[in-house]
Write a protein that binds this ligand. Structure first.
Ligand code: FES
Length: 236
């Protein structure tokens, strides 16, 4: 059954119970999001996609919000912007600032999001995870220092491919994505389908063919993510 909802004053006719974030995106209304991927079940963890709903208290993650008849949704306000920026700062606290040395530089979803939101620095205590880059598997590189724990790879592995090799691990209070007993992918049930690399929004899980190393550049390209490490470099 179709219902009528309003997002930022725009009237939309969508299936009852459909995902508000998807409804907005397919109708040309952009809401920042990171853990959401159209092919994966939503977990609502990044809190970037928050919206306000008329008549309801607080903010709601639009990726976990079901469309209901007459719903009036706001995607931007002072409260939303404050909380959304705070969520981005929390994400950045555990992400290295060296964007320009990342092989995904310029093709990174997270970098684009940072630019869109204009939040490139964090006031939180930063945590360098110190996980060594792992390139001992065929086809896929793991650089877990860059992981923002959006969980897309875990869902792609389990829900999309039905394999379930990637999981959330914990060591000394730090959560990271790994395999059972930290086995190498080649020693696990991994089929090297590449779904994890495809959905990764950062340079964390990369396919070896396209993202082995930073391209050799003739000139210094200022960091588009405007990271603090490059604050003195002119941006364009
Ligand atoms: Fe909705 Fe992450 S995209 S919480």
């Amino acid at each position: 059954m179709e219902v009528t909802i309003q997002i930022d004053g725009k009237e939309l006719h969508v299936e009852q119970g459909s995902n508000v974030l998807e409804a907005a995106l397919t109708n040309g209304i952009y809401i920042p999001h990171l853990c959401h991927h159209p092919d994966l079940p939503d977990i609502g963890s990044c809190r970037l996609c928050i919206v306000e709903v008329e008549g309801r208290e607080g903010v709601w993650p639009s990726c976990k919000l079901e469309a209901e008849e007459g719903m009036k949704i706001r995607t931007d306000s002072e409260q939303i912007s404050h909380l959304r920026n705070l969520s981005m700062e929390l994400i950045l606290a555990a992400h290295p600032e060296d964007c320009s040395t990342c092989p995904k530089y310029g093709q990174c979803e997270m970098q684009t999001l940072i630019q869109y939101m204009g939040v490139s620095a964090t006031r939180m205590n930063t945590r360098v995870k110190g996980i060594k880059m792992n390139d001992s598997n065929p086809l896929i590189i793991h650089d877990m220092n860059r992981c923002v724990l959006c969980g897309r790879c875990v869902r792609a592995c389990a829900d999309l491919r039905g394999v379930g090799v990637l999981q959330y691990n914990k060591k000394e209070m730090e959560t990271y994505i790994g395999t059972l007993h930290d086995r190498l992918l080649k020693d696990s049930d991994c089929r090297f389908c590449g779904a994890c690399a495809e959905v990764c929004p950062t340079g964390t899980i990369r396919d070896m063919v396209n993202y082995t190393a930073v391209e050799k550049r003739d000139t210094l390209i200022p960091c588009q993510a405007a990271c603090p490490a490059h604050a003195d470099v002119p941006r364009y």
